[in-house]
Structure formats: structure tokens, C-alpha cells
Ligand binder design. Structure first.
Ligand code: ZN
Length: 179
């Protein structure tokens, strides 16, 4: 069977080219033009894994002087150490050779001030209790300490002697170490 185009039919809209993902694709074409394959393998050069908040104001490459290939970056809401963070840290160390761990929370975090109401409201709205904890906190320094403790007590992570925690100040760009 042949299909004859109907000239009176609806015009097919051009694909939208102005969503954020479309802008990413345009930027990526430019990136690929100058991209040079450094021939690195998957093992991070600096043998370090950074666990940090997903906050958009935290540019880990610039803030830590990282280069492509230097480090594993694990990011989530809050930069908290969850079971899935432990999963990635375990793979990072056991399969890909990292040895040091750096944990970074930051001032003005969206998780500060969230309460258990968030979880309760969620359950009320969707009729299902999430299997994960919100991991909100009110004490920034205390939560960094708790995250360091979770890493240091994990039996799955073999290298736990170089674990350090910090708070990044989104106004000054400085890291403050938590002891
Ligand atoms: Zn945050």
C-alpha cells in the first residue's frame, strides 16, 4: 500500500530545539569538536572518591582543582552516605583502585530544615511510604561527622584510614574541615 501525503493535513511540528536537553546536545557537539581522548583507563589518577551534595553551586572540578580522570564523584541530595553511596564507594575502592575518601556538605543545603513532614506528606500524597530515608539534617557539622562515621564503620570499604569531611561555604568558596 502507498501513502499519499495529504496536503491539507496537519503540519508536523518541528521537534522542539529549545529545551535544556537540546541546549546540552548543542553544547556537546561543540565539546566533541575539541575533545581529545587522553587514553586514560577507568581508575582515577588521584585515587580518590569525593562524596558531595548535588547542589548546583558546588563546582567540584573548580573548587578542588580536579582534572578529567582524577577522581570519582558521587553526588546525591545532601552528599549523605546511604547504602547506595556505600555501594559506589565499595566498587570505587575494590574494583577501581581508589584509596582516599572526601565528604563535602555545604552551607545553605536544601536538606537543612527539611523535616520528617516531607516524608509524611509524600506518603499522604502518593499513598505509599518511600523505602528510603529523607536524610535531612539540622546540624551541618554533625551530619558530616555522621557521614564519616558511616564510611569508617562500613565492612565493605577496605581503605578507611584517609576519610576526611568538609563543609563548603557557597558564599566564600572555601572548605572548612570537620574533625
Ligand atoms: Zn545540598
Amino acid at each position: 500500500m502507498t501513502v499519499t501525503p495529504d496536503p491539507s493535513g496537519p503540519t508536523v511540528a518541528e521537534p522542539a530545539d529549545h529545551t535544556v536537553t537540546d541546549r546540552f546536545l548543542a553544547a556537546n557537539r561543540g565539546y566533541a569538536e575539541t575533545f581529545r581522548d587522553g587514553g586514560m583507563d577507568a581508575r582515577p589518577v588521584q585515587r580518590v572518591t569525593v562524596v558531595a551534595c548535588m547542589d548546583a553551586r558546588l563546582d567540584l572540578f573548580a573548587a578542588l582543582g580536579l582534572e578529567l580522570g582524577d577522581a570519582h564523584l558521587i553526588r546525591n541530595a545532601g552528599g549523605v552516605v546511604t547504602d547506595d553511596t556505600i555501594r559506589s564507594l565499595t566498587i570505587s575502592q575494590r574494583a577501581l583502585g581508589t584509596r582516599s575518601i572526601v565528604l563535602i556538605h555545604h552551607t545553605g543545603c536544601g536538606l537543612l530544615g527539611l523535616t520528617e513532614d516531607f516524608r509524611r506528606d509524600l506518603e499522604m500524597e502518593v499513598g505509599q511510604r518511600p523505602t528510603w530515608a529523607v536524610e535531612s539534617f539540622v546540624d551541618l557539622d554533625g551530619d558530616v561527622r555522621q557521614s564519616m562515621q558511616r564510611v569508617r564503620t562500613s565492612p565493605f570499604i577496605p581503605h578507611r584510614d584517609d576519610v576526611r569531611g568538609f563543609v563548603f561555604d557557597v558564599h566564600t568558596g572555601l572548605l572548612r574541615e570537620i574533625h
